[in-house]
Ligand binder design. Structure first.
Ligand code: ADP
Ligand code: GLC
Length: 532
């Protein structure tokens, strides 16, 4: 089974969030099951730096500039880097300019990535042709579509939704730029509230669709979580599955972690005590083993509910707790947490920024990790918390609901609890959960210890989920010529290229049909980390 992953990030080459963790770890887990996986990534400066020695495996002339495919290896991953300096050799994050604004041509940058993925899926590269192109999130959402447009036999496609909130919304004036014939601009195509959605393209045109937890798969069919695409998801119901993310044991393992001062195991947690002292010192907290340390390691975005935690902070501190926050994002939240640290010296420590090794120290040194997300497709930090014996306090949503067992009386009686779960997501319920945790910390340390042992024993690795992905790949029918995406629509000559389509430079605005459904203007929930 040969699989091409297509994504905009991949740990350890380039990371802004959990997508990178998944794209860095799942190929290796699939590899251990016998699959041959290559990861197609943009050759950002960080990727070029991390890859070192590469060999040229393809060169193409695109409108806008020449592109080269470079094959290389990093941390056990086979990478194909799309070297297109005019698109990717830029400072800033994968999605944003140094001033934090989205790159205005993000749709062209990632459509080019998707076009190249389709080309590899149909023609192969250096004698290697994948059986499956597995595209991730809106940045890769056009790959399945371009494969559908091809008239030659191509790889099958799987599309994974990591976050419905980032939908890759593009004005219809870009149809031609992206090589999308206007007949695909329909309510059951990639039209979205009067614009185009590249995420919707992935949902509509791939052979199978997955998301990253079973609960989120259910939630996505509802208006509350589907964010306007619940209909598109429901229409794919028979081809849609939620497969839980795992964690990379070689990166996140308290027995072997080289980024923490002391390693430890469930049998001997003395290393964790040393890490706690180091964490308290690093964040300017009173170095006091008796106080419960709560941590947050997160993007500071609406999704993550960290405004709700602010409201609970006074009780957390009053009852003896400390808080360590590592994160960045919303400027108002950054300021509010900085103010909280200034107002509670020794009790609240805040680091605004992104720091991989501090995130390991915080997981290892804290006693609990708070994740009050309003929605959470899977969430990885609660999985790292479980593995590090750092009890998760989580909202009951998405993957958080699927991975943490609340330490209620019934669970305590059966000794199966692994953390604290609250619902609905509001300050009162979070406060109650934090209070329950603190009461247990001070009142029943032996129970806390048992919860830690349970948490650390959870099977949070990738093995089981990698098997599910492999089963999914195997269940796909054999390759065929790109089936017409909408057989009933009249074929347009220009729309059915022999080879997969690639984005073109805009010539004239296409005469796109107006959105079919009568839809009032509704703001699309897109902008954010992934520059939707
Ligand atoms: P999301 O992808 O929605 O941000 P996840 O929980 O899936 O949420 O993944 C977040 C990933 O990013 C984790 O690996 C987490 O440790 C990491 N992370 C988030 N914020 C920071 C930060 N400020 N510094 C270092 N790592 C961070
Ligand atoms: C997204 C989601 C997060 C998930 C990650 C990896 O960023 O917000 O919940 O864990 O993707 O799938």
């Amino acid at each position: 089974m040969r699989v091409l992953f297509v994504a905009s990030e991949c740990y350890p080459l380039i990371k802004t969030g959990g997508l990178a963790d998944v794209v860095g770890a799942l190929p290796q887990a699939l590899g251990r099951l016998g699959a041959e996986v290559r990861v197609l990534l943009p050759n950002y400066p960080e990727v070029a730096g991390a890859l070192g020695g590469t060999r040229v495996v393809g060169r193409f002339r695109e409108r806008g500039g020449d592109v080269t495919l470079l094959a290389g290896e990093a941390s056990g991953l086979d990478v194909i880097a799309l070297d297109a300096p005019h698109l990717f050799d830029r400072p800033g994050s994968p999605y944003h300019m140094p001033d934090g604004q989205d790159w205005p041509d993000n749709h062209v940058r990632f459509a080019t990535l998707s076009g190249i993925a389709a080309r590899i899926g149909c023609e192969g590269v250096a004698g290697w042709r994948p059986d499956v192109v597995h595209a991730h999130d809106w940045q890769a959402g056009l790959a399945p579509f371009y494969i559908r447009l091809a008239t030659v036999p191509c790889a099958r496609t799987v599309f994974t939704i990591h976050n419905m909130a980032y939908q890759g919304v593009v004005p219809t004036t870009e149809l031609d730029t992206l090589g999308i014939p206007s007949r695909f601009y329909t309510a059951d195509g990639m039209e979205y509230w009067g614009a185009l959605s590249l995420l919707k393209s992935g949902i509509v045109y791939s052979d199978r669709v997955t998301t990253v937890s079973p609960t989120y798969a259910q939630e996505l069919r509802t208006g509350e979580f589907g964010m306007g695409l619940e209909g598109a998801v429901s229409a794919r119901a028979k081809d849609f599955a939620g497969i839980l993310n795992g964690i990379d044991d070689t990166v996140w393992n308290p027995r072997t972690d080289r980024l923490i001062p002391a390693t430890y195991s469930p049998r001997d947690l003395s290393g964790k005590a040393a890490d706690k002292a180091a964490l308290q010192a690093a964040f300017g907290l009173d170095v006091d083993p008796s106080r419960p340390v709560f941590t947050v390691i997160s993007r500071l975005a609406y999704q993550k509910g960290l405004d709700i935690l602010l409201a609970v902070l006074p009780e957390l501190i009053e009852r003896g707790g400390q808080l360590v926050l590592l994160g960045s994002g919303d400027p108002d939240l950054q300021r509010a947490y900085m103010d909280a640290a200034a107002g509670h010296p020794g009790r609240v420590g805040v680091r605004i920024g992104y720091d991989e090794s501090l995130s390991h120290l915080a997981q290892a040194g804290a006693d609990a990790i708070i994740i009050p997300s309003r929605f959470e497709p899977c969430g990885l930090t609660q999985l790292y918390g479980l593995r590090y014996g750092t009890l998760p306090i989580v909202a009951r949503t998405g993957g958080l609901a699927d991975t943490v067992i609340d330490a209620n009386d019934a669970a305590l009686a059966r000794n199966i609890g692994t953390g604290f779960v609250f619902y609905p997501v509001n300050a009162d319920r979070l406060r109650f959960a934090v209070e329950r945790a603190i009461a247990l910390w001070y009142g029943a340390p032996e129970v806390w210890r048992r919860l830690q042992v349970n948490a650390m024993a959870q099977p949070v690795g990738w093995h089981a989920s990698a098997e599910r992905y492999l089963d999914l790949y195997r269940s796909l029918p054999g390759e065929g010529a790109g089936a017409p995406a909408q057989p009933e629509a009249p074929a347009e000559k220009s729309a059915a290229p022999k080879k997969p389509a690639r984005p073109r430079a805009a010539t004239a605005a296409p005469k796109a049909k107006p959105a079919t459904a009568a839809r009032k203007s509704r703001k699309s929930p897109t902008s954010g980390k992934n520059g939707g």
